[in-house]
Write a protein that binds this ligand. Structure first.
Ligand code: B16
Ligand code: MG
Length: 225
């Protein structure tokens, strides 16, 4: 029985995933690294510094930790510029009513984002009061695909992991959910997110029937087969 739903932020609630891509692309262009939307899939859900390392791996470039931090901070400045210009209307269609409906039905709702900017984003969207629990990149040591962020969310909700459903747009996020012993609804393409119990293209398309459908499926424990 699913008692709680833990939502990722970037790419699930709002299209900040696009802003992350644009900011990384700008840095990649400056460094002369070829960087496509396909490459960007590897950065989704992972921490800022790990994303920086993946970008340098793609370009075959090595540099000192200090230099890496300087460049990652630069990327973050550009990302924050996009975010600060964001309007509350940019929340994906149907997401706010969905969060309200889930709470009315007695399902607990949490946010678990690897982003250190998550609190700013939900404040700008005026949705912070819709989450019982918010955990972000400032509260964890290991980012997705490590399960830490989802386990922390479940602990703060007081709900066992097996009774939590994660909603994610990143492969690293689906892996993190399963590593936490939770089921996962993927948002995006079924080819990319094939490990998720179910995949839909938009968060706003989520229905209560899907929740029951996912409850019926129990892929947990079978993923290693
Ligand atoms: P920041 P999510 C993740 O957020 C993004 O998907 C990922 O692309 C980003 O690198 C990470 O947050 C860190 O973000 O640089 O703002 O701390 O998808 O877990 O909500
Ligand atoms: Mg995401």
């Amino acid at each position: 029985m699913i008692k709680a739903i833990i939502f990722d932020l970037d790419g699930v609630i709002v299209d900040t995933a696009r802003y992350h891509f644009l900011a990384w692309k700008r840095l990649a262009d400056e460094l002369g690294i070829p960087f496509t939307e396909t490459d960007n899939e590897r950065l989704k859900g992972v921490s800022r510094m790990r994303s920086m390392e993946i970008l340098l791996e793609i370009g075959g470039i090595t540099m000192s930790e200090t230099e890496k931090e300087k460049l990652a901070n630069r990327k973050n400045t550009w990302f924050v510029d996009y975010v600060e210009r964001m309007l509350p209307e940019e929340i994906y269609p149907g997401v706010k009513p969905l969060l309200e409906k889930l709470r009315q039905r007695g399902i607990q709702v949490a946010l678990a984002s690897s982003s250190k900017n998550a609190k700013t984003v939900i404040q700008l969207l005026h949705i912070q009061e819709l989450f019982e629990v918010v955990v972000d990149g400032t509260m964890i040591v290991h980012s997705k695909p490590d399960p830490e962020i989802f386990l922390l969310a479940a602990m703060r909700l007081g709900i066992p992991p097996k009774e939590c459903l994660v909603v994610e747009d990143a492969e690293a996020g689906v892996e993190a959910a399963h590593a936490a012993g939770m089921r996962c609804l993927g948002i995006g393409s079924p080819e990319q997110l094939f490990k998720a119990e179910k995949v839909i293209s938009k968060t706003g398309d989520f229905t209560m029937e899907m929740l029951h459908e996912i409850e019926e499926k129990d892929k947990i424990g079978k993923l290693e087969d």
